[in-house]
Design a protein around this ligand. Structure first.
Ligand code: QV4
Ligand code: CA
Length: 511
């Protein structure tokens, strides 16, 4: 018996790093600002059939209503209460989404905004998504309830009460991030209120959490909250399962706080990943794809089993947060698909795909003056996600996760799960290739001339469909066919003018 207790203990202490996805599902998608009803449908009609492991949803708790500017996406990062009640839907719709997604093996991960409440300038009244009264000036949030005792106004040591110096770790944790009222997470009362909120979501059936602004909370305070969390709902998860935790810590180096301080709590977002990959694919600063041979820890990233990786996120795709101009987004579609393809083929980290909405991007003096614009809406009501006959999305939703190249690379990652990084080849410049054991192989041409090489794929002989240029439909390839000979070698022709100058093959796309 003792042996099994030990095993379960080991299992438990590791579990918060495991996404709790169904076996063989290795990525999640951030359906940014989607309504719960649309997510439920997308789980059933698209995400489950295409092997997505789960969905990161926008914050489900009641937030302030901002009218100047008009309903910015970032109002959802200003909590008023922990009532499940936002423009994405109410608690009934939330429960329906969790049930329907879990029932088809697609997990839900909640964006938990637990470092703060609304802005100190958030005025007072019932200007909130569920009508709860609040008074920011007096630190009154009766719908939780929180009062003046529950904020860090006294603990903060900066002159203004706001974060003034990111080289002072105490300020970063105890003072206000862009004026947001900073919760006193050292207090058991506050920890308990937060844990009650998260346990309510766990009991409904969620699989884990993104911890927003984790850099602004002491690691020990986060741990104290996590220690109060229930095991996952046994309707869908094995007895004793722990919620998956990934903490938003922007660490590009050079600050007082580093990602590693948070490894004890769960995974951490690796922001260096998207910033560096964008620079390489854009061929800026002398970077070239041949340098990706030691991608991952070799580039100074955190250990792979602690990393949550992505090409872009909801902040840096619009100039918020970190990453700067190198970040690739759907606006740079051809390069973006290459970056997402590389991320999904490479074994490093746990992968998250971004799914965005269009907004009227407009640069003035190098800044997008419309970076605040919220989701597609009819008079402030978020528009439903419509699906076009060609399976793309309408109503202003970009649905990058539905782009053939990205959807098929999510499947590629599933097929090669557990296989080693093998058969690296490069031309010394921007033509590279690598395999994943005997299950998958991918080739990129990011040079300004054509690629025509015969490469060792490590794959069994046969004819494979390229999953970038097409699909395997009824036993035939709608795109490029690649023939692998008995010695595992195959010839790859990739024009630098190709719509997508990369080819990916795997054993599930073999004729
Ligand atoms: C303004 C001034 C402040 C002033 C304040 C007074 O800028 O100097 O003190 O008024 O009230 C919005 C506005 C911002 C405004 C603030 C408070 O954009 O101008 O401050 O509200 O009224 C999102 C947006 C922010 C937005 C915030 C709250 O990015 O612009 O602020 O939501 O609505 C750091 C952190 C990292 C963070 C990143 C953006 O380390 O954790 O900045 N990323 C996460 C989320 C992000 C979110 C927050 C944190 C806050 O991913 O989306 O910020 O929850 O790197
Ligand atoms: Ca804080």
């Amino acid at each position: 018996m003792k042996f099994f207790l030990l095993l379960s203990a080991i299992g438990l202490c590791w579990a918060q790093y495991s996404p709790n996805t169904q076996v063989g599902r290795t990525s999640i998608v951030h359906l940014f600002e989607w309504r719960w009803a649309d997510i439920a449908q997308e789980c059933e009609r698209y995400l489950a059939p295409n092997g997505f492991g789960g969905v990161q949803i926008s914050p489900p708790n009641e937030n302030i209503v901002v009218h100047n500017p008009s309903r910015p996406w970032w109002e959802r990062y200003q909590p008023i209460s922990y009532n499940i009640c936002t423009r994405s839907g109410n608690e009934d719709e939330f429960r329906d989404m969790v049930n329907r997604c879990n029932n088809v093996g697609v997990r839900i991960y909640v964006d938990a905004v637990i470092n703060h409440m609304c802005s100190e300038a958030g005025s007072s009244g019932t200007n909130s998504t569920c009508g709860s009264y609040f008074d920011a000036q007096n630190r009154a949030f009766p719908a939780v309830p929180y009062s003046g005792w529950d904020f860090n106004d006294v603990k903060c040591r900066s002159g203004s009460g706001g974060i003034e110096n990111y080289n002072d770790a105490a300020q970063v944790r105890d003072c206000r991030l862009v004026g947001l009222l900073d919760l006193a997470l050292e207090k058991d009362y506050v920890r308990t209120k937060i844990a009650d909120y998260m346990n309510h979501l766990i009991d409904i059936g969620v699989a884990g959490f993104r911890l927003d602004a984790a850099k602004h909370m002491w690691p020990g305070d986060i741990k104290a909250v996590l220690d109060k969390l229930h095991h996952l709902n046994v309707t869908w998860f094995p007895e004793g399962s722990r919620p998956f935790i990934y903490q938003e810590v922007i660490d590009l180096g050079g600050e007082a706080i580093s990602s590693s301080e948070y490894f004890g709590n769960g995974r951490v977002t690796e922001f260096k990943y998207g910033a560096k990959l964008g620079t390489v694919i854009r061929k800026w600063s002398g970077e070239k794809m041949a340098y990706l041979k030691n991608w991952g820890e070799g580039w100074g990233f955190m250990p792979s089993d602690r990393a949550l990786v992505f090409v872009d996120n909801h902040d840096n795709q619009r100039g918020h947060g970190a990453g700067g101009a190198s970040i690739l987004t759907f606006w740079d579609a051809r390069m973006y698909k290459m970056a997402v393809g590389f991320m999904l083929a490479h074994p490093y980290g746990f992968t998250r795909v971004m799914s965005s909405y269009h907004w009227p991007r407009y640069f003035e003096n190098g800044k997008d003056v419309n970076d605040w614009v919220g989701p597609p809406n009819n008079n402030e009501t978020i528009k439903e996600v419509t699906i076009n006959p060609d399976t793309t999305c309408g109503n202003g939703w970009v649905c990058e996760h539905r782009w053939r190249q990205i959807r098929n690379m999510v499947a590629f990652r599933n097929v090669v799960d557990g296989q080693p990084f093998t058969n690296w080849w490069d031309n010394g410049n921007n033509q590279v290739a690598f395999g994943r054991g005997n299950r998958g192989f991918i080739v990129f041409n990011n040079d300004n001339w054509s690629l025509s090489s015969t490469l060792q794929t490590g794959l069994p002989s046969g004819t494979y469909c390229d999953v970038i240029s097409g699909d395997n439909v009824e036993g035939d390839c709608t795109g490029i066919k690649i023939s692998v000979s008995s010695d595992g070698r195959a010839h790859f022709p990739i024009s630098n003018f190709a719509e997508d100058p990369f080819i990916a093959i795997h054993t599930e796309a073999k004729l």
